[in-house]
Each structure stands twice: as structure tokens, then as C-alpha cells.
Design a protein around this ligand. Structure first.
Ligand code: SF4
Length: 318
């Protein structure tokens, strides 16, 4: 059984102007030890999906439909108290712009210790200390640096400390929401390498949310491409990147430079992502699609299987 099965997740935000349809009928699953990448332009709903999984949506955010089956149990109807037991221990998250998530006046080691003590009441003081040292070591930080304050860490170290914190109580599933985005490219690459190593070493299941396809291609076995709140293509990462079916995925891939492949001119996708208060009818990509047909404005394309490996696309071309 997959660790996580998301079925028809629909999350909207209530605003003065109406409902913003941020995630619509989103379905995917993550197996044990597997990494799923969720990609798309900013505002496509990928972070909304992550926040929905932990039920930590900002004000106005409501899960209107769907199921989030974590280890077989639906999280959607759970109370806040029940969710607190799932967060960190079951599903843990490393946020985008994580630099500001550490408390500047508390030593890093103490902050990690606090995460352990909050979720495991019976653990002794010396055990906590040992675990903090081991966690820091796991993420490549010298354990003696536990006694430093966050400002004494470099940007990359702070990001690593946050990953250590997210791993503090051995979660089953780790979500990285644009990890490393706020860092320079070298540190961002190191952060990613670390996540990949941790996944292999600890057998973690992972969801990596990123606008950067190269990050996902390197780290994940499976990928979901989101556009305007919906998954438009989903499947085995190699199959999707080698043979993208949806015109949006094709456009995204063309917009990214390849280090290994031949030099080609990068092209951007013309037009802007739509306003999710009032999204386009049927296929939400139709105002930007070079292959638009009459049916695309009238009938919503379903996410259907194409190919031998897991590879689904929602497009009337197929
Ligand atoms: Fe383009 Fe039509 Fe396919 Fe949408 S369904 S991506 S508009 S061809």
C-alpha cells in the first residue's frame, strides 16, 4: 500500500471576491521510499497541495473535497489535535525561505531538541543530546555546532539545520517546499544532494515541490506537473521528461536549460497563468496552448493513461 494516496483533493481559498480555486481534483500517490516531484509555475497550486496535506492552510483555505490517505487513514476529517500527532512524526515539511524559520535567540541544538521533546515526551535529556548530535551529523554539520546561534551559521547550514529539525522524530514522509530556493545555486544543489542522500539512506518517502524541473529530474522517481490548480501530466519521471505529452509540460521543459544536452534556444510559454478566481473553461491551458481545438474550451480533458509505464496526461490531443 502506498504511504500516501491523495484522491480528488480540492482546496479553495475564500476571498472577498469569491473562491480562488487553487487545487482541483488532485490525485497522486507516494510509495514507501519513493520521491514524487510536483512542478509548475508559481501560483499553480503546488504549495497549496503541500499545505493541504498537513492541514496548515492559511486563513480562508478550505479543503472542499477529496481524501488524503496517509498510511491508510484519511486526514481530511481529523481534528487539529489528531493532526498534531501526524505532523513531524508522520509527515514533516521543510519550507521555502526556511532561513527565517529558525528562532534567532535560541541555539540551533536547543531548537532541534525542543522538536524531539515536544513529540516524544518520555525521552531522557542525554538521549535528546545524542540524537541532536546524530541529526546534525546526518545533515553534514559538525555536532559541536549545536551550541551556536542561527546567525553563526551560513545560509546553507541553516537550511541543513532545518532539514535536521524536520527529521527530528523520524517522519515517514518528508515534504520539501522549494527547498534551497532562497539560496545561491551551489548551496541549493548541495541541499538537494543532501535530500537525495537522506532519502536513500533513511528510506524516506518524499514530496519535492519545485518550479525547477532539473531538481525534480535529478531527485524524483515520479513527477506531477500542475497547471492552474490541476495535474495535467503525471507519471514515471524518466518517461515524462523524455516524452512529455501535455503541451504545457513540453513548454516547461523547453524553458529549462539542459547542461548535458545539445545547446538549444530556450523558449518561454507565451501568456500568463490564469486568474484562479475565474479560471478558463474546460482545459485551463487553452488560452496559451498552441494546439487548441474547439473541444478544448468545452470539454474538460481527463487525466488518462498513455504508454506502458505509469504516464498520464490530460489533453484532447491523445
Ligand atoms: Fe491544448 Fe487542448 Fe490539450 Fe488543452 S486539451 S493542452 S488546449 S490541445
Amino acid at each position: 500500500m502506498p504511504v500516501l494516496q491523495v484522491q480528488g483533493l480540492t482546496t479553495h481559498y475564500r476571498t472577498m471576491r469569491g473562491w480562488v480555486k487553487a487545487a482541483e481534483n488532485v490525485s497522486f500517490d507516494v510509495a514507501e521510499g519513493e520521491a514524487l516531484g510536483i512542478a509548475g509555475e508559481s501560483g499553480c497550486g503546488k504549495s497549496t497541495v503541500a499545505l493541504s496535506l498537513l492541514k496548515i492552510l492559511p486563513q480562508g483555505g478550505v479543503i472542499r473535497k477529496g481524501k488524503i490517505l496517509f498510511e491508510g487513514r484519511d486526514l481530511v476529517p481529523l481534528s487539529e489535535e489528531e493532526m498534531r500527532k501526524i505532523r513531524w512524526k508522520g509527515i514533516s515539511i521543510v519550507f521555502q525561505g526556511a532561513m527565517n524559520a529558525l528562532n534567532p535567540v535560541i541555539k540551533v541544538g536547543e531548537q532541534i531538541a525542543e522538536a524531539i521533546k515536544t513529540h516524544e515526551k518520555d525521552v531522557s535529556g542525554s538521549d535528546v543530546k545524542d540524537r541532536v548530535a546524530k541529526l546534525l551529523e546526518t545533515v553534514g554539520i559538525e555536532p559541536s555546532r549545536a551550541d551556536n546561534y542561527p546567525h553563526e551559521y551560513s545560509g546553507g547550514m541553516r537550511q541543513r539545520a532545518l532539514i535536521a529539525m524536520a527529521l527530528a522524530v523520524n517522519p515517514t514522509l518528508l515534504i520539501g517546499d522549494e527547498p534551497g530556493t532562497a539560496l545561491d545555486v551551489i548551496v541549493a544543489a548541495q541541499t538537494l544532494k543532501l535530500l537525495k542522500e537522506l532519502k536513500d539512506k533513511l528510506g524516506l518517502s518524499m514530496i519535492l515541490i519545485s518550479h525547477d524541473l532539473s531538481i525534480i529530474a535529478e531527485t524524483c522517481e515520479k513527477v506531477a506537473i500542475m497547471y492552474a490548480g490541476k495535474i495535467v501530466e503525471y507519471g514515471d519521471a524518466v518517461s515524462v521528461f523524455k516524452n512529455p505529452l501535455h503541451p504545457y509540460t513540453q513548454g516547461l521543459i523547453k524553458a529549462f536549460p539542459s547542461i548535458k544536452g545539445p545547446k538549444v534556444r530556450l523558449t518561454s510559454i507565451p501568456g500568463q497563468p490564469p486568474d484562479l478566481l475565474n479560471p478558463p473553461s474546460a482545459c485551463r491551458f487553452h488560452p496559451r496552448c498552441p494546439y487548441i481545438m474547439d473541444v478544448c474550451k468545452i470539454e474538460e480533458p481527463l487525466l488518462l493513461e498513455h504508454g506502458e509505464k505509469l504516464h498520464r496526461a490530460a489533453c484532447h490531443l491523445y
